[in-house]
Design a protein around this ligand. Structure first.
Ligand SMILES: Nc1ncnc2c1ncn2[C@@H]1O[C@H](COP(=O)(O)OP(=O)(O)OP(=O)(O)O)[C@@H](O)[C@H]1O
Ligand SMILES: [Mg+2]
Ligand SMILES: [Zn+2]
Length: 152
């Protein structure tokens, strides 16, 4: 059945198959302040999904995501698909993919880590484990599994 819960958009980005309850985190990553003031953002929470049981969806007009934001979304919503809409049609669709390195998205929880000092050192983690995701700080080797609490 066609999905009719949200008005179609002419140009923009659809982030579908977001794990149930994670849409608000996705919005935080997108950064509402970065959006064009005349654009609509639609959020559907707790939508029935064949694949996931329940899912969230975010649709943003007139915006395409930077690679950094895509990586951040991959980190917290690994099941998400990102579709680029142009002239009402899906022009491009991809599943998000967790990158090898996570740069500048997560803060290291170790207060004495160099990335938390006055030095202008950007945070950097490699993926120590994929499912569930565990990150390892490239500087102090601190392991982080509750990275949602440490989003930069
Ligand atoms: N013009 C549009 N405006 C808003 N959302 C759209 C538009 N066109 C497609 N979408 C949404 O973009 C996503 C991808 O579209 P597509 O037609 O590929 O969906 P689909 O057939 O449900 O595929 P799947 O769920 O397997 O990714 C869906 O969430 C769909 O609802
Ligand atoms: Mg679908
Ligand atoms: Zn560290």
């Amino acid at each position: 059945m066609r999905e009719l819960k949200i008005t179609p958009i002419k140009n923009g980005t659809v982030i579908d198959h977001i794990g149930n309850g994670l849409a608000l985190e996705v919005l935080r990553i997108i950064g509402i302040n970065d959006l064009d003031k005349d654009s609509t953002v639609s959020v559907a929470l707790h939508v029935r999904s064949q694949k996931l049981g329940w899912k969230d969806i975010v649709k943003v007009e007139n915006m395409e995501l930077s690679p950094r934001k895509v990586n951040a979304i991959a980190l917290l919503a690994p099941t998400a698909t990102i579709s680029i809409i142009r002239d009402f049609k899906v022009r491009e669709k991809r599943v998000v993919d967790l990158p090898e390195r996570i740069v500048g998205i997560v803060r290291c929880p170790n207060p004495s880590c160099i990335t938390n000092q006055k030095e202008p050192v950007e945070s950097e983690f490699d993926v120590a484990r994929r499912r569930p995701v565990v990150l390892r700080c490239s500087y102090c080797e601190r392991l982080v599994d509750d990275f949602l609490l440490h989003l930069a």
